[in-house]
Design a protein around this ligand. Structure first.
Ligand code: NZQ
Ligand code: ZN
Length: 388
């Protein structure tokens, strides 16, 4: 196990009615608030009205219309608003896209230059300060409510980048599972695929993290158990609560502590959503089984067969390659059960940009020199072709 620092300074208020804690939790951070929302779900399901009521003693400025796969253009708009209104704290009310946009705005306020340059250069220290971000989570998926990442898209350049900094970790997150009752089944499925992928991206890494690998298996089983329930019974509290809490723990640093890992499927998917604006979890559900097939070899066999046995209950007396293959098939069956697409062609995507995407993913993300299974541009292109 490698050395690590583990710090998650988000105060989580989890459960029914926890919105009543928001005002008290936010007061120490400031009273001039930018409330960031998406394209209308929080109006339709009444959550925004409840938030405004809970913050009646705050001075609220609204920024609505954040797109899924949030755009840098909205970040620019938010930065201007914050400067103009002297905003002290940002509240994101929504899913990962809204939260990510809020985080980028929070850091953009202190960045001297175009926010897109800040997004591209977070690894080089472009984020030096950020306004505090709080969240009211409405969709279990990205874990953005408890992590230091923000993923922003630039449609002019077909690029989607992850910016990372501990300064972006939300200070307060309200997580009421009832707020996810209105998430439609396809979005519940995509969010669940995303949670599963976050766990798998880390699980398939170094071998020497016994404890966290067992936690990862429990988290994966949680998603596998409750995603189909939440799809058929959207107001099943236990299912929504388990998915919501699993989404945070999948990516808040616990499972990754002390472990080298690559995030290969995510980097490949981000190319797809940059070019085609597809739903992140849908892209991951298509890529992940094919990536597993591509990298199944002597080096990955032990972990792949452990995944098959410990997560899917595959018979351990079978030859290990057989176990591993059945584990991949079970994963595909699960995505099929969630009614997720399993081919890029079904989304209208063909191979015309694959070489460019593969080259870009290889050059900009580090998966070419990754620690578990490095992928050359040609390998990435081949995986994409397997997904057609
Ligand atoms: O825009 P609104 O109207 O709010 O509707 C959203 C959107 O259409 C809707 N929705 C959210 N909560 C709802 C709801 N509809 C009904 N009832 C509710 N309670 O769901 C749609 C998708 O929302 P979005 O926020 O885009 O989904 P998600 O949470 O999956 O976020 C996806 C974005 O996060 C990035 C992805 O790349 C993508 O851009 N990621 C962020 C990460 C992070 N910050 O750590 C890690 C992830 O790997 C991921 O890359
Ligand atoms: Zn993801």
């Amino acid at each position: 196990m490698h050395n690590f620092i583990f710090s998650v300074p988000t105060t989580v208020y989890f459960g029914k009615g926890q919105l009543t804690s928001l005002s008290k939790a936010m007061h120490p951070l400031g009273t001039k608030v930018l409330v960031v929302t998406g394209r209308g779900s929080t109006i339709r399901n009444g959550i925004l009205a409840k938030v405004k009521c809970a913050l009646s003693d705050f001075q609220l400025t609204e920024l609505s219309g954040v797109d899924p796969n949030p755009r840098v253009t909205t970040v620019r708009k938010g930065v201007e608003l914050c400067r103009e209104k002297g905003i002290e704290v940002i509240l994101a009310v929504g899913g990962g896209s809204v939260i990510d946009c809020a985080k980028a705005i929070a850091a953009g306020v202190y960045y001297d230059g175009d926010p897109w340059n800040m997004v591209l250069n977070s690894a080089k220290g472009s984020i030096t300060k950020a306004l505090p971000v709080c969240t009211v989570l409405t969709l279990a998926a990205t874990g953005s409510e408890m992590d230091g990442a923000a993923v922003i898209s630039n449609v002019d350049t077909n690029e989607k980048f992850t910016m990372l900094s501990p300064l972006l970790i939300p200070k307060v997150s309200i997580m009421d599972p009832e707020f996810t009752y209105s998430v439609p089944a396809p979005q519940t499925a995509a969010g669940s695929a995303d949670i599963l992928s976050h766990i798998m991206e880390v699980y398939f890494g170094d071998e020497n993290t016994y404890m966290t690998d067992r936690i990862s298996e429990a988290l994966m089983k949680t998603v596998i158990r409750f995603a189909p329930v939440a799809m058929t019974r959207p107001d099943d509290y236990e299912a929504r609560a388990n998915l919501m809490w699993a989404s945070s723990w999948a990516i808040n640093g616990l499972t990754a502590a002390g472990k080298a890992h690559d995030w290969s499927c995510h980097y490949i998917e981000h190319e797809l959503s940059a070019f085609y604006d597809i739903t992140h979890g849908v892209g991951l559900a298509i890529i992940t089984p094919q990536w597993m097939r591509y990298i199944l070899n002597e080096k990955t066999l032990d972990k792949f067969s452990a995944f098959a046995r410990n997560v899917w209950g595959i018979d351990g007396s079978l030859p290990k390659y057989e176990q591993a293959k059945r584990g991949i098939e079970e994963l595909e069956n699960f995505f099929r059960l969630l009614k997720l697409p399993n081919k890029l062609s079904s989304l209208g995507i063909d191979d015309r940009h694959f070489a460019e995407m593969a080259e870009h993913a290889n050059k900009t993300t580090g998966i070419g020199s990754a620690s578990y299974v490095p992928l050359s541009s040609k390998s990435i292109e081949n995986i994409l072709k397997m997904c057609l």
